[in-house]
Structure formats: C-alpha cells, structure tokens
Design a binder for this molecule. Structure first.
Ligand code: NAP
Length: 296
C-alpha cells in the first residue's frame, strides 16, 4: 500500500521537503498556519487541509516541520491537532528541532491512541531541503523507521537510525554544537582575512578544499563575504536550538564553554534587531567587537 503523506509546516525547510515528496510520487496533503504558503504546493498537485487534524484524517504518515517545541505540541496535541484525527496505526514524523524530553512525551501521548511517532530532525540547510539532500537523524522503533524510509529518502540523502524516541533530537543537538562552532571559526577566519586586506573570495577558494573545508565555509562563508545576510537558517531559530543544547547540557551536568559563548554573541545580534538574518551574520558580531562595522 502506498502511504498517503501529510505535511504540516511549509516554511523555509518544509516548502522544499514537501515538493520533493510530491516529486517522488506520494499523494500529499498539506497544511500551513499561514494559508497562502500552501499555494505553491497545491499548484504542484497537493491537496490543502483545513487544520492539522484534517490533514491527519486524510493521511497515513503525517510529517511536522514547524519552529519550536510549543509549536509541535500545538499542531499535534493542541486544538484541532493531529492526535484528534490520526487513525490507529498511522505514523507521525516530527522533523522540527525540539526538546528531546518533550518529544518523548508527545510520542507517549500518541502511543496511547495507537499512533506511532519518529523524531527525524534534519541538517543541510534550505539548499538541502530544496535539493532533497538532507541528513536525517531518526529516533524511534526500527520497524517504523523502515516504514518511513521511502518517504525520508524523498527528502534526504543520509538517513541514520540513531536510537529510540528522542535520540534523533539529541543527535541533532550534537549537530548544532558542531555547526555553530564551525561558524565561529569561519567568522574569525574571515575577520582576520578582512583585517589583513586579503582577497576574500580567493581566501575561501584556497582553503575550502583542504583541512579547513566545511559546508558552513563553502555555503555561508561565501554568502557572508558577498554581504548577503538572507537566512538559510535564522539567528532566532539558531538561538532556539542553542537554548535546547544548553538546557540539555545543564541536565547532563557538562560544561559547553564554546557553545555558551556563541549563544551570547548571537544575543548581541538579536539585541540589534537582527534575529531574522541568517546565522552566518555571526561575522557581524565579531566585526562590531573589532570596531570594523558601524551601527546597522
Ligand atoms: P520557518 O521558515 O520559520 O518556518 C516555520 C514553519 O512553522 C512555518 O510553516 C510556520 O507557519 C510554522 N509554525 C510555527 N509555529 C507554528 C504554530 N504554533 N502552529 C502552526 N504552525 C507553526 O522555519 P524553518 O527554517 O523552515 O525551520 C523549521 C524547523 O526545521 C525548525 O525546527 C528548525 O529549527 C528546523 N531546521 C531548519 C533548518 C534551516 O536551515 N532553516 C535546518 C535544519 C533544521 P507560518 O507560515 O504560519 O509562520
């Protein structure tokens, strides 16, 4: 039986992911809080639902990709939420980045209704979402991961089952620690290169293929030197993830010195009203500190 897929949350990531599910040939029903964002998908052949519950009622696999922990609770457990209409035996896949603990609570609430859940957060940016090349880290039961695999393969290149419920979100937090640490290193390197009056394009070209190469350098470093601060991933969402990381580290009793520092650097950008810029604007925080950038 071909699964009927529902997709809730057509933001920067959800748009590309939902389009790729359609392209893979799955019947698709979509719902987005701001209804206008459903239009491109409907134009491409998807059906529009009236609510998350309506979306769940029409489908067997329901994907959510919304902003934050309370938003996932809202669309799954809240008024007109997925839980009120999902048939027993159906599967919810949450691809947002949210609290691992709350993920386990939502999975338990769904399980009480006979509905399965996987946490399957993503990495690879808006580019990866559009191209279908995301990395997907999956927590939950192995049999459900296998059931979900064809749908996940429509969106991602690397699908890794990392453990039970909540484990996908924990691995995603590891991903975020590495992402922002890399971003800080890229930003410091570029600040140094600017101050040394180097050709910034040549600098990136020279180092991208060596040991300093990274996705952040090639994608976001090049955007930063072009003075292009449009978000692949906004600073506000980045901060949401770093808060999740630091809360989890506190409950594990471990120090995360670098991540705390970067969280505070991003806070200075939020205080300047730049929370909707891309996370590569970390370079700006260093430029302000160095006296190399005036007020925005
Ligand atoms: P985004 O562009 O801001 O989109 C957020 C989506 O969530 C929108 O569809 C929004 O609906 C919906 N939403 C938020 N709160 C809601 C609520 N209470 N009820 C219903 N819908 C709600 O964000 P994004 O960049 O696509 O990110 C989505 C998730 O993927 C986040 O958890 C993020 O951390 C994660 N992620 C993002 C990236 C990236 O590079 N962008 C990479 C990996 C993971 P409206 O249209 O009505 O606002």
């Amino acid at each position: 039986m071909k699964e009927k897929v529902g997709f809730i949350g057509l933001g920067i990531m959800g748009q590309g992911m939902a389009h790729n599910i359609l392209k893979a040939g799955f019947p698709l029903t979509v719902w987005n809080r701001t209804a206008a964002r459903m239009a491109p998908l409907v134009g491409a052949g998807a059906a529009a639902a009236r609510s998350p519950a309506d979306c769940a009622a029409q489908t067997t696999i329901i994907i959510t990709c919304v902003s934050d922990t309370p938003d996932v609770k809202q669309v799954i457990l809240g008024e007109n939420g997925v839980i009120y209409a999902a048939a027993p035996g159906s599967l919810v896949i949450d691809m947002s980045t949210i609290s691992p603990q709350v993920t386990q609570q939502v999975a338990a609430a769904l399980a009480a209704k006979g509905v399965q859940m996987l946490d399957a957060p993503i990495s690879g940016g808006s580019e990866g979402a559009a191209k279908g090349t995301l990395s997907i880290m999956v927590g939950g039961e192995a049999s459900q991961v296998e059931r979900a695999r064809p749908v996940l393969q429509a969106m991602g290149q690397k699908i890794t089952h990392v453990g039970g419920a909540g484990a996908g979100q924990m691995v995603k937090l590891v991903n975020q620690i590495v992402v922002v640490g890399t971003m800080l290193a890229v930003a410091e390197g570029l600040l140094f290169a600017q101050a040394g009056e180097l050709d910034l394009d040549k600098t990136i070209e020279a180092i991208a293929g060596g040991a300093a190469g990274s996705w952040m350098l090639s994608n976001r470093g090049t955007q930063a030197i072009a003075d292009d601060w449009r978000p692949g991933f906004t600073i506000d969402l980045q901060q949401k993830d770093l808060k999740l990381v630091l809360e989890a580290a506190a409950s594990l009793g471990i120090p995360l010195l670098g991540t705390s520092l970067i969280h505070n650097l991003y806070r200075t950008l939020q205080a300047r009203g730049l929370g909707q810029e891309g996370n590569h604007a970390l370079l700006k925080a260093l430029e302000y500190l160095a006296g190399r950038r005036g007020g925005d």
